[in-house]
Design a protein around this ligand. Structure first.
Ligand code: ASP
Ligand code: MG
Length: 422
C-alpha cells in the first residue's frame, strides 16, 4: 500500500505567489516519491493578523462567531491558489475546506477542538490520484457552523488529519530549519535539535516556542504520529524529528529555553480564607471558557484571615476576563484586583531534569546575578518557569541558554522579525 504523507505549510511559506509556486514544487517532490499527499495550508503571510485588525477597528469586542466567519476566509484563499499552482505544473489536485472534508469540532468559537475527521472524501480523492489541499485552522460543527481552532491552529489540523488517515508522517514546513534550543532570533548561536521528545516539545510549545501549536504536539503524542519540523526553503535539510521520549537517549538536563510574552498576571488581593473561594474564582473563569496558566495562593495571613490568589491568563482572553472581575471580586469578598500586563514567563524545559537536583537553584541564581526579580514560580516534572518583568525577558533567555550549555558553534541562518522582546 502507498504511504500517506501529510505536509503543512505555514503563513510565511505561502506569503506571496512566488512562494506558493515553490510550495507546489515541494508538494510535487513528495508526490513523485510515490506517496499519497495531503497538504494543509495556513492563510498567506500576515493575513490573519490583518483580518483581526480590521475587526477590532470596527468593534473592540466582536462576536466570536463572526470572527470565525472572517478568519476562516484567509485559509480559503491559500488552498485555492496553491491548488492552481499545482495544476499549473501539470499535477492533479483539489482544494477542500473543512466543511467539505468534514473536520468536525465542538461548538466553541475561536478555539474549538477537533472531535472527528471524516475520511471518505479524502480517501476517494487520493484513490483518484489527486493531491489534496486542505484549509488549516478551520472546522465545522454538527449544525454546519464554521469554527476556528485558535491562533496557529493549522498545525493541529495537519496532525489530526495525519492521525485520521493513519499517515506515515506529518511534515510541518516553516521558515526555520527546525526546533532550536531557544529562539535563534534572540540567541543567534542557538542549536538546532535533530530530535526532541513529544513531552519536551509540548512544554516548549506551551511556553512560547512559536514553532508549533501545542495541541498539534498533544495530538501527535496521543496518536503516535511522527512529526518533522523542516524548512520550506531548504528541502534537503530534514529538520527536527519529534518522537516519543522512550525512543531517545537523554544526556542533558535542559533541552530548551523559552519566553512567553502572551500572558497577563491577575491578583485577587485579600480573599477571605474560607473553603470554596478558589473553586468560585476559577469556576467563574472556566464558565467563560478562559484558561488559566500559573496559579499561586499565598499563605493565609493570621491577622486578616485572608490570602492573595494570583494567576496568569492569555492576553487574548483579557477583555472577556476583565468584564467579570468586578463581579468575582464581590462574590469572593476580596479587597482588590491587580493587573500586571508587562510580564514574561521564562521557562527551561528538559526531560533530563527529572531526578537531577539543583536545576531550579541554578535557574534562580542565574536570574539573581542579573538582579532580575522573580514574581511567580511554577514547576512540573520537566519544566521550571519564572515570571519576570517583560523588559528582563531577553536578558533572562540569553543567560539561561548559556548557563545550561545550549550554545552551538554556528550562527543560525534565520529570517523573520525579532519577536516582541524589549
Ligand atoms: N492562519 C491562522 C493564524 O495565523 C492559523 C495558522 O497559521 O496556523 O493563526
Ligand atoms: Mg502558523
Amino acid at each position: 500500500m502507498k504511504q500517506i504523507i501529510v505536509q503543512k505549510f505555514g503563513g510565511t511559506s505561502v506569503a506571496d505567489t512566488d512562494k506558493i509556486k515553490r510550495v507546489a514544487d515541494a508538494v510535487i517532490r513528495e508526490k513523485k516519491l510515490g506517496n499519497d499527499v495531503v497538504v494543509v495550508v495556513s492563510a498567506m503571510g500576515h493575513t490573519t493578523d490583518y483580518l483581526i485588525k480590521m475587526a477590532k477597528d470596527i468593534s473592540p469586542n466582536p462576536s466570536a462567531r463572526e470572527m470565525d466567519m472572517l478568519l476562516s476566509t484567509g485559509e480559503g484563499v491559500s488552498i485555492a491558489l496553491l491548488t492552481m499552482a499545482i495544476h499549473a505544473k501539470d499535477y492533479d489536485a483539489v482544494s477542500l475546506n473543512a466543511m467539505q472534508v468534514g473536520i468536525m469540532t465542538e461548538s466553541v468559537h475561536q478555539k474549538a477542538r477537533i472531535i472527528d475527521i471524516k475520511t471518505e472524501r479524502l480517501r476517494k480523492n487520493l484513490k483518484q490520484g489527486k493531491i489534496i489541499v486542505v484549509a488549516g485552522f478551520q472546522g465545522t460543527t454538527e449544525c454546519g457552523e464554521i469554527t476556528t481552532l485558535g491562533r496557529g491552529g493549522s498545525d493541529t489540523s495537519a496532525v489530526a488529519l495525519a492521525a485520521a488517515l493513519k499517515a506515515s508522517r506529518c511534515d510541518i514546513y516553516t521558515d526555520v530549519e527546525g526546533v532550536y534550543t531557544t529562539d535563534p532570533r534572540v540567541v543567534p548561536n542557538a542549536t538546532r535539535l535533530d530530535k526532541i521528545s513529544y513531552e519536551e516539545m509540548l512544554e516548549l510549545a506551551r511556553v512560547g516556542a512559536n514553532v508549533l501549536h501545542p495541541r498539534s504536539v498533544e495530538t501527535a503524542k496521543q496518536f503516535n504520529v511522527p512529526l518533522r519540523v523542516r524548512s520550506t526553503f531548504n528541502l534537503d535539510n530534514l529538520g527536527t524529528l519529534i518522537i516519543g521520549a522512550k525512543d531517545m537517549e537523554i544526556y542533558q538536563p535542559v533541552t530548551g529555553v523559552a519566553a512567553d510574552l502572551s500572558q497577563i498576571r491577575v491578583v485577587f488581593c485579600d480573599v477571605p480564607d474560607v473553603p470554596g473561594n478558589a473553586a468560585r474564582l476559577f469556576g467563574a473563569l472556566s464558565d467563560e471558557n478562559i484558561s488559566v496558566d500559573m496559579i499561586i495562593q499565598s499563605y493565609a495571613r493570621k491577622t486578616t484571615n485572608t490570602n492573595d490568589i494570583a494567576f496568569t491568563i492569555h492576553k487574548d482572553d483579557y477583555a472577556k476576563a476583565k468584564s467579570i472581575f468586578e463581579k468575582i471580586k464581590n462574590d469572593l469578598n476580596a479587597r482588590a484586583v491587580h493587573i500586571d500586563e508587562d510580564i514574561a514567563k521564562i521557562s527551561i524545559v528538559g526531560a533530563g531534569m527529572v531526578d537531577r537536583p539543583g536545576i531550579a537553584a541554578t535557574m534562580f541564581e542565574t536570574l539573581a546575578k542579573l538582579n532580575i526579580n522573580i514574581k511567580m514560580i511554577s514547576t512540573s516534572e520537566i519544566i521550571i518557569s519564572c515570571l519576570v518583568e517583560k523588559e528582563d525577558a531577553q536578558k533572562s533567555v540569553k543567560a539561561l541558554h548559556k548557563i545550561f550549555e545550549l550554545e552551538s558553534n554556528e550562527i543560525a541562518d534565520v529570517k523573520g522579525d525579532l519577536p516582541d522582546l524589549e
